[in-house]
Design a binder for this molecule. Structure first.
Ligand code: PLP
Length: 406
């Protein structure tokens, strides 16, 4: 991508011009949340100022506008991930809520002795909701291991399936290792055993455009705030047949056909799973994030991030004492590392003094930390607006920090 292109993109993110103390901000915490372009922010402001009304309730103009906007975003999401029908797109508060919805509602049918396959690289959001099922049922979690490059052991994955397996749930891209998992192949293997699949796409959607029909998965979940959209909005894609067979997750307004004290009937998809007032302003503004991604071009985004990843990794490896976790050939622009025995928190703290925002700690992936044998890592992650100059300044800062801590 040319400097001119990058500058044009950066102008859409005013926060990137911020200073942290005396230093220019270098924002490398994109895996936790990306920044949001002004088009999205202006849309939110416009809607609050001009068109705020609750969806699906009123016949008045504002309410109809609000409903149209929300449903426009639903169709936008449907097209973006190539879902067969718009009814298969459910709005949630985020990836976490989407997985909880599936674990609770789809998991309703699981029985004592059933087994769920997860991987060691899962975010807690794709571990704990399944564990909650264990409060009432004797359900076993089976875990796929990784090799030293941070790739899943597919042979072991295959060997975990048996007549008790009822679900396989795994991440598309690791939020720590950056590994891009072969989700299509993994789905195919699960389906050979008649096992449904949930793919956690939280870390995939900022970097690539998933095609749920091509992957073949039964559920695909992600969050708007990690892909340049507003906070408070998530997506659950589910195949219609499965969604229809599932009980509601939450009860309340919007999700019913008729309520009486003796009997209540539920609304059709997708509303059956959307109890209460949704975050309709942010949902509406989410469509502007798709405009941004489309105008920038996913191919351009992937290519630029890959170049930043390769360049930064090469230069980081020149720093004495550095250890990078995750070196899969197919890897997103996420670099987790430690320097010697230095505590990840100290590295992050000193980087912040130099204007560099990275994440430190266990990244909500404690089982993976245990597997790696560390309490935590420093994690730098790139988005389309990051530059090679920022990568250089990040590495220069680390070069200054490393001798202080070792
Ligand atoms: N899954 C993965 C792989 C993630 O990286 C994250 C957040 O970092 C989540 C799930 C949870 O996303 P949210 O907090 O938006 O629900």
């Amino acid at each position: 991508m040319t400097n001119e292109n990058i500058e044009k993109i950066r102008r859409q993110f005013p926060v990137l011009s911020r200073r942290i103390g005396e230093k220019d901000l270098i924002y490398l915490d994109n895996t936790a949340t990306s920044q949001t372009p002004s088009t999205v922010v202006r849309e939110i402001e416009f809607l609050y100022d001009n068109s705020k009304a609750n969806v699906h309730r009123g016949v008045h103009t504002l309410s109809q506008e609000a409903t149209d906007r929300q449903e426009h975003t639903r169709r936008r999401v449907q097209g973006w991930i190539n879902a067969a029908e718009f009814e298969e797109i459910i709005f949630t508060r985020g990836t976490t809520e989407a997985i909880n919805l599936v674990a609770s509602s789809f998991g309703d049918r699981f029985r004592d002795g059933d087994e769920i396959i997860l991987t060691v690289m899962e975010h807690h959001a794709n571990i704990v909701p399944w564990q909650l099922l264990q409060r009432h049922k004797d359900i076993k979690l089976r875990v796929v291991e990784i090799n030293d490059r941070g790739e899943l052991d597919l042979e072991q994955y295959r060997s975990l399936f048996n007549e008790h397996t009822v679900m396989a749930s795994f991440t598309h891209i690791s939020n720590v290792l950056g590994t891009v998992n072969p989700v299509k192949e993994m789905t195919r293997i699960a389906h050979e055993h008649g096992v449904p699949v949930l793919v956690d796409g939280a870390q995939a959607v900022p970097h690539l455009r998933p095609d749920v029909q091509q992957i073949g998965c039964d559920f695909y979940v992600f969050s708007s705030h990690k892909m340049y959209g507003p906070t408070g909005v998530g997506i659950l894609y589910g195949r219609r047949e499965l969604l229809e067979s599932m009980p509601p997750y939450q009860g309340g307004g919007e999700m019913i056909k008729h309520v009486s004290f003796s009997h209540t009937t539920f609304a059709e998809l997708p509303f059956k799973f959307e109890a209460g007032t949704p975050d309709f302003i942010d949902i509406a503004a989410f469509s502007k994030a798709f405009d941004f991604l489309e105008e920038t071009g996913m191919d351009m985004i992937s290519m630029h991030e890959k170049q930043l990843l390769d360049y930064t990794t090469r230069r980081l490896l020149d720093i004495p004492g550095i250890k990078i976790y995750g070196s899969a050939p197919d890897k997103a622009a996420v670099i987790s590392f430690n320097i010697g025995e230095a505590h990840n928190y100290d590295v992050g703290f000193l980087l912040d003094k130099m204007g560099v925002a990275v994440r430190t700690g266990h990244h909500c992936a404690q089982p993976l930390m245990e597997r790696l044998g560390v309490p935590g890592t420093v994690r730098a992650s790139f988005a389309v607006y990051n530059t090679f100059d920022e990568a250089d300044r990040f590495i220069d800062a680390l070069r200054r920090i490393a001798p202080m801590l070792m």
